[in-house]
Ligand binder design. Sequence first.
Ligand code: PLP
Length: 398
Amino acid sequence: MPAATGDFIYLDHAATTPVDPDVLAVMLPYFTDRFGNPSSFYHQGQESRAALDHARSQAARVLECNPGEIVFTSGATESDNLALRGVAWGARLARRGISPRPHIVTTEIEHHAVLHTAFALERQGFSLSFVQADRQGIVDPGAVAAALRPETCLVSVMYANNESGAIQPLRDIAAIARERGILFHTDAVQAAGMATLHVDDLGVDLLSLSAHKFYGPKGVGLLYVRQGTVVDFHQQGGGQEQGRRGGTENVPGIVGLGAALDRADDQMFDYRRHCATLRDRLWSGILKSVPHVTVNGPLVPELRLPNNLNLSISGVEGETMLLSLDMHGVAASTGSACTTGSTEPSHVLRAMGLSDDACRSALRFTVGRGNTEAQIDATIDAIVESVARARSLAPTTV
Ligand SMILES: Cc1ncc(COP(=O)(O)O)c(C=O)c1O
């Protein structure tokens, strides 16, 4: 068994990231000493309110927006739900039941937080169109334009895909939506810390983020909502978040989100370089030593997240590889963490036109801050050994 540096080698940063110790240190007092409710009038409450304001300013700096345009949520699943449901219901209520039904355009490669929300809206009487991605996992802006209708109220296209790593032509798609006066939402979860999130430059009206994808805590995220956007904010309560999301705020989590996003943005250049170096080392090591491997997703570096390597190893089930790699101390994924445990092939890879076999043999490695070249080399050894073993047990399909 190849030596792993440290206890285990974590190569699943698209699923989640560890909390940065500096971020944790900033959060900790808000669990204990500074526990005041931000809605309380007295000093302790105002201390928590100031912490929320600071985190909102940090996020606004990174997104180049007004702090008032940030709504803190429990993560990107809630943000995506809020964006789609909020805009769809906002449009429906504004039309007061006049037909035709508001229409949403999204893509086949979205995260389930968007896809399943869109299906739920369809059951509530909204209409949907799904745009396909090409073989590399890239959405054609022309196809988005072709899907628009006079009654389209929202276009939602993710910034970068969590499985293929494909970075979408967001500005072009956003410009098409804007030209037609249609709102544009992006799930930017995987792009945070990797690409600019400047909302005006991107041309987005709504944008979702989740803190645990950029070395912040789990269970906290945000939705950017451009000022003036008609959204039906459905979570009613004590009027928090300027009446847009009722419920006492997750103060330590929000403090962590602000600090983590601030750091991720400051360190983006070095982080991208670090990740690309390790990812390319992993890929060339596998290419050299493992026959019959294909990369899924874009081959052009500019079109792919620098930390992502998704590949299909012919004749070897992804799940078998995961188990074997786990025994070698390597944590990877077959795709989206949320669908692990399901025997269905990835909807993303399928939408890209991969065969069922290629989908079933897919493996995703996503490198991150803590990884080293020694870990990558140990991973390559573990992959070589695991593939050889799997192929020796089922030698027919290669
Ligand atoms: C692209 C994308 N969108 C949304 C989510 C959901 O994020 P969360 O589980 O933090 O709500 C994820 C998480 O894997 C994701 O990768």
